[in-house]
Design a protein around this ligand. Structure first.
Ligand code: HEC
Length: 201
């Protein structure tokens, strides 16, 4: 209070609440305020001229040419975000079950909870999400002909240890996005060969 320069404002509004900025950021902010014209609200000119300030109200300083609003996220970014978030949710729950319980308990999770979880991710992201396979456990998840081609493409890439981008197919105002979930040893406990990878239980 005692250090304040704008006594009137302090009296009316009190001290501005503490802002948790680092010393370096505060310096940048004050440099900016000093060097540049700050955007002013439409009522400011009148407010100033009504006797709150002396002299010319016009600000000195550089004008910040703000960049145009950043373009919408690209389809690739959006698709990857949806795919990764969904995989994270499914993976986290699955891993927890596999570690703390056993594949049989986890199996129940995959069978009963994977769909509601996927659906809730679909609601969050306003997208349709599904998992398909060329070797599906559940025949309802069997990849169709087009999906089989995409799986074939990703398989080759994974085998050759090459980088791959998602496949994005735009169709009017819809876009289809394909990205692989790569299998590992843990997956084979339920998706592998019966008797060999999958315990009889
Ligand atoms: C605990 C057993 C279990 C583990 C571990 C598991 N899954 Fe599954 N997964 C299932 C079951 C059961 C289904 C079928 C769910 C249904 O439709 O009833 C399934 C379905 C799928 C599907 C849909 C196609 C299909 O086969 O029906 C994909 C894709 C999939 N899993 C990928 C994976 C991947 C990748 C991993 C490893 C990261 C993995 N799963 C680990 C049990 C498991």
């Amino acid at each position: 209070m005692e250090k304040g320069k704008m006594k009137g404002a302090l009296k009316r509004f009190g001290v501005m609440p503490y802002q948790p900025f680092s010393e370096a950021d505060i310096k940048l902010i004050s440099d900016f305020m000093y060097e540049y014209k700050i955007e002013e609200p439409s009522w400011f000119k009148e407010h100033w001229e009504q006797g709150h300030g002396k002299g010319n109200y016009k600000q000195q300083g550089k004008v910040l040419h703000s960049k145009p609003d950043s373009p919408l996220k690209s389809l690739k970014e959006t698709g990857l975000e949806i795919a990764r978030n969904t995989q994270k949710v499914l993976g986290k729950n699955l891993m927890g079950k596999m570690q703390n319980e056993d594949p049989v308990a986890a199996l129940q999770f995959c069978n009963e909870n994977a769909y509601p979880l996927t659906d809730s991710m679909a609601t969050v992201h306003q997208a349709k999400i599904k998992r398909v396979s060329d070797k599906a456990r559940n025949p309802l998840n069997q990849a169709n002909q087009e999906e089989m081609e995409h799986i074939g493409y990703f398989k080759k890439k994974v085998e050759a240890q090459e980088n791959y981008d998602p496949i994005i197919i735009e169709n009017g105002d819809e876009a289809h996005f394909y990205y692989p979930i790569v299998t590992n040893d843990m997956c084979l406990k339920c998706h592998g060969k019966p008797g060999q990878d999958i315990s009889p239980k």
